[in-house]
Ligand binder design. Structure first.
Ligand code: GLU
Length: 301
């Protein structure tokens, strides 16, 4: 049985890179004759824009995708909006607390940065300050997961193959001091509760996978398979962004691009077609295999 999911965050219009990853998640589920769940990652509420969810679902349908379970179609594993699932995340934290896998952390970002060394642009590795007790008991505390050295383990990826050990190091936050649950926790609780067998997502999340595997193990769950789709870059080699032109599905639509034309372009950059060809997403199902997906970042725009 195959249960896949696509889990966008409604923080803005659907980007071509996101549409491309969604296409792969959809093709993988359809090619396997499985179920596709659409789950909305709307926990970080200040960044969630009103109307963005409806626009996002409309753009995904416009490129020819559909889903069997989701906020608009319902299903047996709902609700499908993370903002309606907070009590499940708190229950998971209680279980992690009972088994000693989390601790209260009162460090500020500044304090962490001043003791931890961080590779340029990356999150600093938590130095372990509050592991034996909160350093500032008077402050509101975040909850951190105790990520041991053995947790930074190797795993197999459906696109990239063997991924070596070492990614994801450092104790990470599962609930911020302001009460907002972290992406890492919510994604794991939901993937387990929704009985997801296969995760397809962007490879900017590769280093999150060991963290999620450690959480799954600590919660006694069964890990899904993971496949990470390479990112889309602009012509200058930087991550595809506004300055590169019509980089959202909405802008392409407004410019009169047909869904089949866009699907064909996305499929070519994925390595599923040899040349640009206009075709419907469903026409790609029989030609799809994860093994065909190009492993390096691609350029569009
Ligand atoms: N919400 C994440 C994103 O939009 C995806 C999370 C996931 O697939 O695990 O990038």
């Amino acid at each position: 049985m195959y249960r896949g999911r696509f889990a966008p965050s409604p923080t803005g219009p659907i980007h071509l890179g996101t549409a491309r990853t969604a296409l792969v998640a959809w093709l993988a589920a359809r090619a396997a004759g499985g179920t596709l769940v659409l789950r909305v990652e709307d926990l970080d509420t200040p960044r969630v824009r009103p109307g963005a969810l409806e626009a996002m679902l409309d753009d995904l349908r416009w490129i020819g995708l559909d889903w069997d379970e989701g906020p608009d179609v319902g299903g047996p594993f709902g609700p499908y909006l993370q903002s309606q699932r907070r009590e499940r995340y708190d229950a998971a934290i209680e279980r992690l607390r009972a088994s000693g896998r989390v601790f209260a952390c009162t460090c500020s970002r500044k304090e962490i940065e001043s003791v931890a060394s961080a590779p340029h642009g990356e999150e600093p590795i938590y130095p372990g300050t509050c592991r034996s007790g909160p350093s500032h008991p008077e402050r509101p505390a975040a909850v951190r997961f105790r990520f041991e050295a053995k947790d930074a383990r190797a795993f197999d990826d459906g696109v990239h193959g063997a991924i070596g050990a070492g990614l994801g190091a450092g104790d990470f936050v599962v609930r911020r001091a302001d009460g907002v649950h972290s992406y890492q926790l919510a994604v794991v609780v939901d993937d387990l509760a929704m009985e997801i067998t296969d995760v397809v997502r962007g490879d900017d999340l590769l280093s999150s996978t060991p963290r999620q595997l450690a959480l799954i193990e600590a919660l006694g769950g069964r890990a899904p398979r993971y496949a990470h789709v390479p990112l889309v870059l602009g012509p200058d080699g930087q991550r595809l962004a506004k300055r590169h032109g019509a980089v959202t599905v909405r802008e392409q639509r407004e410019q009169g691009v047909l869904p089949e034309t866009l699907v064909g372009r996305l499929a070519r950059t994925l390595g599923l077609l040899d040349r640009d060809e206009a075709l419907a997403a469903r026409e790609l199902v029989s030609r799809f295999s994860l093994a065909k997906i190009a492993k390096g970042p691609v350029t569009m725009g």
